[in-house]
Structures are given as C-alpha cells and as structure tokens.
Design a binder for this molecule. Structure first.
Ligand code: KG4
Ligand code: ZN
Length: 363
C-alpha cells in the first residue's frame, strides 16, 4: 500500500444485540465512504424476555457473524487481500458477544496477515460524524442508547473528555423499563413515544432529575421509581392512563435532558471553546420529541446539531470500521493479545460520578 492509496477497513460489531459488519474507505485527505454496512438486529430473539439476554446474544453472534462478514465483503466487492486492516469492537459491552467479534477479527487478521484494530465501541459512536459529515474537531457528543448516556467532548482521535454520564440507568434503559411496567413490548422506547403522543403530559408531575445541578450528569432511577409508584397507586390501568403516564414520563426526560445538555455545552465552551457541533447518537435520538429538544438546545448554545442517519446512530459495523480507519491513519494498531473488555471508559481520566451505582452505566 503506498501512502496515497485509501485505507480500506473491515469492521465488526457484536457488543450488544446487533451482529454487524461493514467495509469503509478513508481517503488520505480524511474523506470517508461506506462500501457496505450489514446489520442483523436480534430484537426478535430477545423480545419475549423483555430485554437483551447475554447468553442468547452471544450464541446468535456465533451463528450469524460469518455470514454477515461474507455479505459485507461481497457487497463491498473486495477480497481480503485488498483490505488495509480488520477492526472489531473490543468493548465495552456484553462480554460473550465481544469475545465472538474480537476473536473472529483476530482470526481474519492472522490468516490474511492484516493489522488488527481493537476499537472502543464508544469511540466508534464518537467518530461517526467524521464519516457522515466530515466534521472537524472539537465537537460535543450526546450518546443516548439502551446501554449508554454520556456527554463527551471529542477533541481528537483518542482524545475524549467525558463531561457527563448517568449515575444509574441509561435513558433508553429507562424507556424500556417504563414500557415493561406498563405492559408494552420491547424495545420500549418507540412504544412509549407512540403512547405519549396521545397522552396528557401534565397529568402526573414526575420529578425532573438533576435539574439545575452544576455538573452535567444524568439520573433516571428516581423518575422510574416515581412512575412505578404511580402505576401501583392506579392499580388497573386504562389505555388513557398508559398514554398519560408515558407522556408525563417523556416530558420529565425531555426537561432533564435539555437541562443536562445545556450545562454540558456550557462546560464544553468553558474548557475547550466553541464546539463545531452538537452530535447526537444512539437509539434514543430516534425519538422525535428528543430530537426537537436537541435542536432547541443547540440553537440556544449557538451551535449546529448533527444527527447521523438512524442506521448510523444505532449500533453498526461502519462506525467500527471507520474508527479503525481513523486509528490506522495515525499508525495506531493493536497486538494479537488485545483483550475483550466488558467495561472500557472512553476517557481514561474520568471518575465515576458520586452516586454511581449501576453496572451498565460504566460503559
Ligand atoms: O443504540 P441502540 O439501538 O442500541 C443500544 O442500546 O446499544 O438503542 C436502543 C435503545 C433502546 O433502549 C430503545 O428503547 C431506545 O434506544 N429507543 C428509544 C426510541 N427508539 C429507540 N427511546 C426513546 N424513544 C424512541 N423513539
Ligand atoms: Zn452503541
């Protein structure tokens, strides 16, 4: 490979319940192009359990991954010999799935004599807008999914400062748990959003967690408990009760998120100057009410909002391949003994916030 030829990376994602592989190209000027992006969501396998079951996820990754990698390579129209490197998400996530993806990447790297890149899944979310929008550093990332809720200052490849995180549940997780309490199917986010559209947001005055706090952390468990208490108090729920509970819950999440992000952007500006953009990623960013709130927050903070297409906001292989390409462009590769990691903070200096109690929140 001469120094002017583009970098071509195969990326593998297996940290949660999406089995995904993709090939992306990164030109030497930093321009990105997706050659394939194959995602197989395991939602159906987990739906009847009301959430992701780690053992089922790991087995499904084993069954599906080879075929998905094959398809990603075929759609890209490439042979392995044409690749520059193979990248896999090495964490954070459900360890069984991480082992499946990372081991597969190591096997391909070894057989094809390619460099291996062990990518942090959160870094991959953080770098996605450079693939989709050629965004320059620094920018502010709001990542809100079933496993993560973080506000991160993205200053460069490998240079991240966490400005805020949740001290308990992730936002998507709270949506899923509230849906479960109300007998709505998994995943709960879209269900709660749908019901909320027909509900009265003023009927239940739920708490607005962390409102006005000077740090940019989130907390969702008190709000979730308030919903649970109201559900018990009501006893048998009518359809209108469910709609009103969803609307009232979502309104509380919105107000809290708006406040937390406003503080996050203020902290960003104080420490790093004006961000190039506010970037939203993760399944929760699919929520229309949250999107509207983010627009407002960005407007007030005089920055623009970037939301990659939904397929690139949720877990996918292209983001892993792209993070691999960004790292490879800087000469960053990993040894064959790179470990799979259930937990892996993006910001090595970040400390757990006071009150930190939840196992998934440390992702
Ligand atoms: O990023 P994602 O697809 O997967 C991971 O968690 O890694 O995010 C899924 C999460 C689920 O908790 C789901 O309930 C939530 O995002 N979600 C939503 C909406 N759509 C998905 N939450 C609120 N409103 C939505 N419309
Ligand atoms: Zn993710």
């Amino acid at each position: 490979m001469d120094n002017n030829s583009p970098i071509l990376v195969l990326g593998i994602e297996t940290t949660c319940d999406e089995t995904a592989a993709a090939v992306v190209e990164r030109g030497r000027g930093g321009e990105g192009r997706m050659l394939s992006n194959v995602v197989r969501s395991q939602t159906e396998e987990h739906a009847r359990f009301g959430g992701v079951v780690p053992e089922i996820a790991a087995r499904a990754h084993v069954d599906l991954l080879d075929g998905i990698i094959d398809q990603a390579m075929k759609e890209a129209g490439l042979g392995y010999a044409q690749l520059s490197a193979v990248a896999a998400a090495a964490g954070p996530g459900l360890i069984g799935g991480v082992i499946v993806g990372l081991t597969t990447a190591k096997a391909i790297a070894m057989v094809q004599d390619l460099p291996l890149i062990a990518v942090n899944h959160l870094e991959a979310h953080a770098l996605t807008p450079r693939l989709t929008d050629r965004l320059d550093f620094p920018y502010c990332l709001f990542l809100a999914s079933g496993g993560h809720t973080q506000i991160v200052a993205v200053l460069g490849v490998g240079d991240y400062v966490r400005l805020g995180t949740t001290v308990d549940d992730a936002i998507g997780e709270a949506f899923d748990k509230v849906a479960k309490m109300l007998g709505l199917p998994y995943p709960g986010g879209p269900q709660v959003e749908g019901a909320a559209a027909n509900g009265d947001a003023a009927r239940f005055p739920f708490p607005r967690p962390m409102l006005g706090r000077p740090d940019a952390n989130f907390s969702l468990s008190g709000l979730k408990t308030a919903v649970r208490n109201e559900v018990s108090r009501l006893g048998v729920l009518q359809a209108q009760d469910i709609n009103d509970l969803c609307a009232s819950f979502q309104a509380a999440v919105l107000e809290s998120t708006t406040d937390r992000l406003t503080v996050g952007l203020k902290l960003f500006r104080e420490q790093f100057g004006a961000p190039q953009a506010l970037v939203a990623a993760g399944g929760v960013a699919a929520n229309q009410a949250i999107r509207a709130a983010l627009n407002e927050v960005a407007d007030k903070a005089q920055t623009r909002l970037i939301m990659p297409a939904p397929a690139l906001c949720t877990d996918n292989g292209a983001m892993i391949a792209w993070a691999g390409a960004e790292r490879l462009a800087l000469g960053l590769t990993d040894a064959m003994d790179a470990p799979p990691r259930a937990r892996w903070l993006l910001d090595a200096k970040a400390k757990a916030p006071a009150g930190f109690a939840h196992s998934r929140a440390g992702f």
